[in-house]
Design a protein around this ligand. Structure first.
Ligand code: COA
Ligand code: AMP
Length: 634
């Protein structure tokens, strides 16, 4: 590793205030900060305290004022509706200011929350930026979540307004959003004062009189709202993510640190210049969508692509290459699972040959562990750098990456490369001691976290400390386990909690267990993530039935599968459950999920010395074999 990256990283830790103050020059401030890093309420650190800015101004107005008005800001590419629509910076600004005006007319002001429950349509991006414009705090909820999940977020965020659409379009079906929204509002104790609904021609929704407003009518005659200066430390958004219980965590993102950090990443991590086309194939419901479909590319003056489609089936495995070539994409970001899907359908890359990818430089992957096969396949097919990088909803940008705009480092398969500026990444053992290179431990980041990372959880300071800062004093617990090698490359191996990663989506097995346990016939249950060649992991359920239950097991399994779909949503991809007599447990009653997972994955396992009854493992192995798992030796 040469000096450039290393010197930069060392400086970011030694002189973090100087480092980030320089990065902050790229942002427009109404009022400069008083302190770059305010540690007066540590461990609640605040970046750019005293500074005032507006994130929407930095993402749109500033570029129009500086001559980018006629450049495309957003390209909406929707193979599921046969639409390609481009919006210049000037046009996007006009739409955002108009919708912001509609929100203001509805009484939304600075600090109010707005929930956005929408498919991948331009109005979703407009709504997010409109909130930013008036200092309202948005909370986008992924469309694949069911009503109960939406209701939990409504009750936590207490939105004044909800913005939604009549339907979402998945490859195989049209999903009616409105009944899901109505049910969520019915379930929630908090009620919004209004809902703005985008009526899509594929399926129009019935509007509730006195509460629902058609988006078109809302914007008609609405005044153009100006940008409202907000404190750098004011929240820009809340994004809920899976915790270890059914209650999701509301990750808070501030305005100032977020804008500074994201702008920095576009040049230094992704190596893209203003004016270039950047595409993150994710969903605005996830952090990747927030950071790299919406905020970062616009802050940097790029053209961003909003893709409403899948990597395969919309219509074929050439979909990504078509988008890259049609829009002249320079850098693309997606999850490894998307590439596994393409590889499965087009292993020899036949579709690739049909398209001109001459402008395309780099593929970035994140969201889940990148398996070596997929990385190698993508490299061979694309003949371009394929860069794995590691981050979380909590951080909002890469903790560990290969800094393509500073100094591209040699790729080591299985490692997302090295810590980014401001991240002092350590690997600790259970006693909190740093481990030797190549030894696995808990991956933590020494406080303070750099700008852009969560300052706290929404209305839950104590939970923030408890979940992230209490395991090792002075360190942020990432929840991932892994190691560093002698060159300082970081390897992410597994989670230390019950989070699983299904097709790049973060889900809690604890939340699924809560749903299974609510079935009247279920006495006890366990859910674990089993290895899956397409989705990385898929959830597997084990049910112990209450004494005396005589109903056919298939019926009960069908019911619990439906229950998870209804309560959490289709995104959980919970399709398999099996009935067992007993769950393998330790003598102290802890379910041996880790060993069960090893059996399911067909990897070697030892019977734990603390097991209560070893025969329970044989029963699990048998049930798994019947369900098509545990095929390899173990
Ligand atoms: N609204 C409603 N339902 C949704 C949805 C949305 N926005 N997104 C997904 N779903 C549904 C799907 O239709 C599917 O339903 P089904 O059980 O009826 O088939 C279910 O949720 C699971 O979705 P998904 O995990 O996406 O599986 P899939 O089989 O539809 O597609 C991939 C598999 C790999 C093609 C897909 O996951 C993908 O494109 N991933 C790209 C990576 C990505 O976006 N990662 C996000 C973080 S970067
Ligand atoms: P999310 O908050 O949904 O982005 O999920 C974050 C989690 O996904 C991390 O804590 C990791 O467990 C996993 N993850 C994300 N990116 C990677 C990566 N590049 N390699 C390994 N795991 C990853």
């Amino acid at each position: 590793m040469t000096g450039t990256y290393r010197a930069l990283h060392e400086r970011s830790l030694r002189d973090s205030e100087g480092f980030w103050a320089e990065a902050a020059e790229g942002i427009h401030w109404y009022r400069r900060w008083e302190r770059v890093l305010d540690a007066s309420r540590a461990p609640f650190y605040r970046w750019f305290a005293g500074g005032q800015l507006n994130t929407c101004y930095n993402a749109l107005d500033r570029h129009v004022e500086q001559g980018r008005g006629e450049q495309a800001a957003l390209i909406y590419d929707s193979p599921v509706t046969n639409t390609v629509q481009s919006f210049t910076y000037r046009e996007l600004l006009e739409r955002v200011a108009r919708f912001a005006g509609a929100l203001v007319r509805q009484g939304v002001t600075k600090g109010d929350r707005v929930i956005i429950y929408m498919p991948m349509v331009p109005e979703a991006v407009v709504a997010m930026l409109a909130c930013a414009r008036i200092g309202a705090i948005h909370s986008v909820v992924f469309g694949g979540f069911a009503s109960r999940e939406l209701a939990a977020r409504i009750d936590d965020a207490k939105p004044k307004v909800i913005v939604s659409a009549s339907c979402g379009i998945e490859a195989a079906r049209v999903i009616s959003y409105k009944p899901l929204l109505d049910e969520a509002i019915h379930l929630a104790s908090h009620k919004p004062s209004a809902c703005f609904i985008v009526q899509r021609p594929q399926l129009r929704a019935l509007l509730v009189q006195g509460r629902d407003v058609d988006w078109q009518q809302a914007v008609e005659g609405a005044p153009l709202a100006d940008c409202v200066p907000v404190e750098a430390t004011d929240p820009l958004y809340i994004l809920y993510t899976s915790g270890t219980t059914g209650q999701p965590k509301g990750i808070v993102r501030d305005n100032g640190g977020h804008a500074v950090a994201l702008l920095w990443t576009m040049k230094h991590v992704y190596g893209v210049s203003p004016g270039e086309v950047y595409w993150a194939a994710s969903d605005v419901g996830w952090v990747v969508g927030h950071s790299y479909i919406v905020y970062a590319p616009l802050l940097n003056g790029n053209t961003t692509v909003l893709y409403e489609g899948k990597p395969v089936g919309t219509p074929d495995a050439g979909a990504f290459w078509r988008v890259i070539s049609q829009h002249g994409v320079s850098a693309m970001f997606t999850a490894p699972t998307a590439f596994r899907a393409i590889k499965r359908d087009d292993p020899n890359g036949e579709w690739l040959k049909k398209y001109d990818l001459s402008k395309f430089r780099t593929l970035f992957l994140a969201g889940e562990r990148c398996d070596p096969d997929t990385l190698r396949w993508a490299e061979t097919m694309l003949r371009r750098p394929v860069i794995d990088h590691w981050w979380q909803t909590e951080t909002g940008w890469a903790i560990v990456a290969n800094p393509m705009g500073i100094e591209p480092l040699p790729v080591k398969v299985g490692s997302p490369t090295v810590p980014m500026p401001g991240y002092d990444v350590r690997v600790l053992d259970e006693e909190g001691r740093e481990v030797e290179p190549d030894r696995i431990g808990a991956i933590v980041v020494k406080l303070p976290l750099p700008p852009g990372c969560l300052p706290t959880l929404w209305n839950a300071d104590a939970r923030y400390v408890d979940a992230y800062l209490s395991a090792f004093k002075g360190y942020y617990l990432t929840g991932d386990a892994g190691f560093k090698d002698a060159d300082g490359y970081v390897y992410i191996m597994s989670r230390i909690d019950d989070i699983i990663n299904v097709a790049g989506h973060r889900l809690s097995t604890g939340a699924m267990e809560e749903v299974l346990a609510s079935h009247p016939d279920v006495a006890e249950c366990a859910v674990l993530g089993a290895a899956d060649s397409l989705k990385g992991e898929v959830p597997l359920g084990f049910l112990v039935l209450k004494a005396g239950v005589q109903r056919p097991h298939e019926d009960i399994v069908k019911e619990v599968v439906q229950l998870v779909r209804d309560k959490i949503g289709p995104v959980a991809a919970f399709k398999t459950a099996t009935v067992v007599q007993r769950l393998p447990k330790t003598r102290s009653g802890k379910i041996l999920r880790g060993t069960m997972k090893k059996i399911a994955d067909g990897t070697e396992y030892k019977v734990p010395a603390t097991i209560d009854d070893a025969a329970t493992l044989d029963e699990v192995a048998e049930a798994l074999r019947k369900a098509g798992y545990a095929r390899k030796d173990g």
